[in-house]
Design a protein. Structure first.
Lengths: 206, 206
């Protein structure tokens, strides 16, 4: 069996195939790169037209990350996948509180998800930060509430929770905000998608 | 805005919606649970008919994990997502060598991917283990070579690498093996899918 074994050659060929399958998109070059990485990470061409951008999202995200903005993740899989070699030299911290004792205890007490509990507790720290939600619609709902209550204003929200209960609704609500966001319409999304979007922005830093 | 905040209620409602959307499947009850969790984790109903099982895969996987089989992952996102609360009481180790110094050095020397380098080095330890490949087709090709060379015989291969370069081909080759496997036809897959399959097996342990 013959197959490509060099990582850069694999990525180059993959991106060329994706570009060819997607054809021209009505997006900026920077936005196209984000969409291509989402397709690359899901193997799903149908996801491309579902990626939605606030007009200043990509610019705001790249600028914030370049200047050392921290990234708050809803789950540890997102944190694990983000490219630390690109993030750390800029000074950004990578944070996820879902396994913190305080969060676990508080979630037990309320019967609510740990992801939303973590986000409620962390919200006052979110000013100027980049938020990456790949899993939990409840975390995204909680974040939107905090923004509407004037508790925080993140630099960018990558809000791509997945699933059949609340995901589509939370993302639709996100797309009505004036805060920069990147999202995926409907039920699709996930930790790998959140990671792909963040890593694409990190790769595009000047 | 009204939404469900209790994690068990979210999962129950989600699984009911998925069961309703999928309708009856020509699968065992245990296989259906795996497929439903894959749909749950991707938000993608179209992925259901692409999930392929070696006839004894689910039984072999549940049995191996119950008896403390270790799980070898191609990337750390897979390792991060696997349910340790269910795995650890049975004695199974969770392993990923992609960031080991030896692997990094060897991959630099050969110009090959770190995932395949790790799998080449680890293959002699794979007897009776569960393998979880969510990302790298090259790791799956390497594993198939090791099996064909008689170097190892895992208890189960969850082989769901993603993408447009080698993923579909490596998974097609996997489905010709006599070793128990679970895979996804075509380009789709990913770390979250590998995690969903493993966690479904862990949840089904007696």
């Amino acid at each position: 069996m013959e197959y490509i074994t060099n990582p850069q050659a694999i990525e180059d060929k993959s991106m060329a195939i994706i570009a060819n399958q997607l054809g021209p998109l009505k997006l900026s070059e920077a936005e196209q790169k984000v969409v291509m990485r989402v397709v690359h990470t899901t193997g799903d061409v149908d996801i491309a037209p579902l990626v939605k951008f606030h007009p200043s999202a990509v610019t705001a995200g790249i600028e914030a990350l370049s200047q050392g903005a921290s990234i708050y993740c809803d789950v540890n899989m997102v944190l694990t996948g983000i490219n630390k070699k690109l993030l750390q030299p800029r000074g950004g911290q990578l944070l996820c509180a879902i396994h913190d004792e305080t969060v676990i205890e508080e979630a037990k007490r309320t019967g609510e998800t740990r992801a939303m509990t973590a986000f409620r507790l962390l919200a006052p720290q979110f000013n100027g930060a980049v938020i990456a939600i790949g899993n939990a619609p409840t975390a995204l709902f909680e974040l939107i509430k905090a923004i509407e209550a004037g508790i925080c204003r993140p630099a960018l929200i990558v809000g791509v929770p997945v699933g059949f209960v609340g995901a589509a609704e939370s993302k639709e609500l996100l797309s009505t905000l004036s805060v920069p966001y990147i999202t995926i319409e409907g039920t699709k999304g996930g930790s790998t998608v959140a990671v792909a979007i963040i890593n694409s922005l990190l790769l595009q830093m000047p």
